[in-house]
Design a protein around this ligand. Structure first.
Ligand code: 5GP
Ligand code: ZN
Length: 138
């Protein structure tokens, strides 16, 4: 628990929130500035600024929670799809530095923008990149 961190306080229940789901490791709440109706964020109760700091134990559980809540959302909201995503670092769009996962329901003709432009021709050497990353995997 980081006493300067708003998501720690929300996850611990010290600041009230619209909670969708809670267990001993996570609290899932409605995003205060939703991209679409039902946009929720999964907050681990453990403080970690980003995925790099997150424990393997919590990392291994978070997608199970995402699946559980996404399934309920799909049934209840009748959305066509759901984006599940997570930002690390300011450049990647992270604005709150307590790791969290977004569940963004998608509806026909919604105005949500998520994505990136695919490069048509990419000159990097895929094999070399794969090999050099692989060498660092612990
Ligand atoms: P990020 O940009 O870091 O991936 O996402 C942060 C998200 O947290 C944003 O979608 C923002 O709307 C949401 N958010 C920021 N502060 C609060 C808050 O105090 N309460 C809730 N419920 N959501 C918040
Ligand atoms: Zn925190």
């Amino acid at each position: 628990m980081n006493s300067d961190c708003i998501f720690c306080k929300i996850a611990a229940g010290e600041i009230p929130s619209s909670t969708v789901y809670e267990d001993q490791d996570f609290r899932v709440i409605m995003d205060i500035n939703p991209a679409s109706k039902g946009h929720a964020i999964i907050l681990p109760k453990e403080h970690a600024a980003n995925v790099f700091e997150l424990s393997d134990e919590t990392a291994s559980k978070i997608f199970v929670v995402a699946k559980k809540v996404a399934t309920a959302m799909k049934e209840e909201l009748n959305c066509e799809g759901i984006n599940i995503l997570q930002n690390n670092g300011e450049l990647a769009g992270q604005t709150v530095f307590h790791v969290h996962m977004h569940l963004i329901p998608r509806y026909k003709d919604d105005t949500v923008t998520i994505g990136w432009a695919h490069k048509e021709a990419y000159n990097d050497d895929f094999a070399a990149i794969a090999k050099s990353i692989a060498a660092r995997i612990k």
